[in-house]
Write a protein that binds this ligand. Structure first.
Ligand code: PLP
Length: 373
């Protein structure tokens, strides 16, 4: 037994270019004296993201959450918006801020994405959109959701917050859905410290988002749905510098994931979550599923790892759940995911030594009597 738990291993370390690069980018902004309000660096970051994804209609925002909020506002969504019951709280919060009512429906067991059958059952005359999430970068069932949205005559929106660098059937996952949103938060593969983007795949939304993010001001007056959701020039400059390193980070994360897959094969009560075929690389996170007879549940796993100075997250469990959310029906699979899904530390710079420590901690937890909690 070791008594020294070692240095802290966080869930994710932000990708940061060398200070020489970052400092020069920030100095440029300061020299220009243009700090915010739709400046040239914001427009340049939009052009860079557009070119990489292949979507011309793209506007950045202050966060991934405001990207969802402004996507809803740009599409003029009212009434009910169907969302997955197991999802980061930002999704339902953004729908509420945009003035619509989120209706939570169950997820699929295998891929943890919204269950098309549950969506179909929840459609009412008041439904104005389906807002699905590519959970941990795993594509939602895009074909079924497309068919349901088309039959109902409503837009299909994807929260693709974590999907930078992930492809599906030969094109970027961000290109699916009428509108998709991205987060550029520091915990995501590529980021601008805080930031997000709205992508209009089949709808033109960028111009509306640019107006809405700046209090909705315009010649005919200010829109009530406007807000301050701008990205600063400093953030945009960081965003462009980090983006230049994103390709290398995708390579590193792909290698780290493979090391995890090999190592986790030794832990009988836990396995990596499934990733939809024809999608990849699975570089957004390292989600794992606990077996029914595991010695811990997702939350107690996080607590147990913390005693080893290792951070993990149970994103569908208690602290992330909005209890007042309207549910279309029971959500047994989302409830199950709250108990058995957790994310392990994962980023490109995670060393083999750190990974070995995570696996050793999991092995130690295997040997403990069941921790109930
Ligand atoms: C990170 C994340 C968000 C929120 O993005 P922020 O930039 O932190 O506001 C929303 N949805 C999902 C799935 C996320 O992973």
């Amino acid at each position: 037994m070791t008594t020294d738990p070692g240095d802290v291993i966080v869930v994710v370390r932000p990708l940061l270019p060398p200070w020489a690069v970052l400092g020069a980018a920030l100095e440029d902004v300061v020299q220009s004296q243009i700090l915010t309000n739709d400046g040239p660096r914001v427009r340049r970051l939009e052009a860079l993201l557009s070119a990489e994804v292949g979507v011309a209609d793209l506007a950045v925002t202050g966060s991934g959450t405001t990207a969802i909020q402004l996507a809803c506002a740009a599409l003029d969504l009212t009434g009910e918006v169907i969302v997955p019951a197991a999802a980061f709280p930002a999704i339902a919060q953004a729908v509420l801020r945009a003035g619509a009512t989120p209706v939570a429906v169950d997820i699929e067991d295998t891929y943890l994405t919204i269950d098309p059958e549950a969506v179909r059952a929840a459609i009412t005359p008041r439904t104005s959109a389906i807002l699905a999430v590519h959970t941990f970068g795993c594509p939602a069932d895009v074909d079924e959701l497309r068919a349901i949205a088309d039959a109902a005559g409503i837009p299909l929106v994807f929260d693709a917050a974590t999907c930078w660098g992930i492809g599906y059937r030969g094109r970027p996952l961000l290109r699916y859905g009428d509108v998709a949103t991205l987060s550029l938060h520091a915990t995501k593969l590529t980021h601008s410290v805080e930031g997000g983007a709205v992508l209009g795949n089949t709808r033109t939304v960028a111009a509306a988002v640019r107006r809405l993010r700046n209090f909705g001001t315009g010649r005919e007056g200010a829109l009530a749905s406007g807000t301050n959701a701008r990205m600063s020039e400093l953030h945009a400059a960081v965003g462009a510098a980090v983006l230049a390193d994103a390709g290398a980070e995708i390579e590193r994360r792909t290698a780290v994931r493979q090391l995890y897959l090999d190592a986790l094969a030794e832990i009988p009560w836990l396995r990596p979550c499934d990733f939809r075929p024809d999608a990849g690389p699975a570089v957004a996170a390292m989600p794992v599923r606990l077996a029914d007879d595991a010695p811990v549940n997702a939350e107690s796993l996080c607590r147990a790892l913390l005693t080893h100075n290792i951070h993990a997250r149970a994103y569908f469990a208690g602290q992330y759940r909005i209890h007042s959310l309207h549910q279309a029906g029971p959500t047994p699979r989302a409830d199950r995911a709250a108990k058995n899904i957790a994310c392990l530390p994962f980023w490109g710079g995670l060393s083999e030594g750190q990974l070995a420590r995570v696996v050793a901690a999991l092995t130690a937890i295997s040997r403990r009597p069941a921790l109930v909690g």
